[in-house]
Ligand binder design. Sequence first.
Ligand SMILES: [Zn+2]
Length: 64
Amino acid sequence: MSIENDEQFSCPYCAESNALVVDITGGANQTFVVDCEVCCAPIVVRLKIRGEEIISLDVRRENE
Ligand SMILES: [Zn+2]
C-alpha cells in the first residue's frame, strides 16, 4: 500500500510555488530531482519521513 502526501515548496531558482506528491512509503530518507513546473530547472528534493509524517523537506539547486 502506498500513502501519498501533497506538499508544496518554493523553487530555489525562481521562487515560484511547486506542488509535490510524496510517497510516504518510499523510505525514511528520500532524495530525488524534479523539474520546476514554472522554470523547468532541476531541483534536488530531500525528504525525511518519520512514520507517516514528513518531518523535513529540503530543496536546493542541482550542483550545490
Ligand atoms: Zn522555478
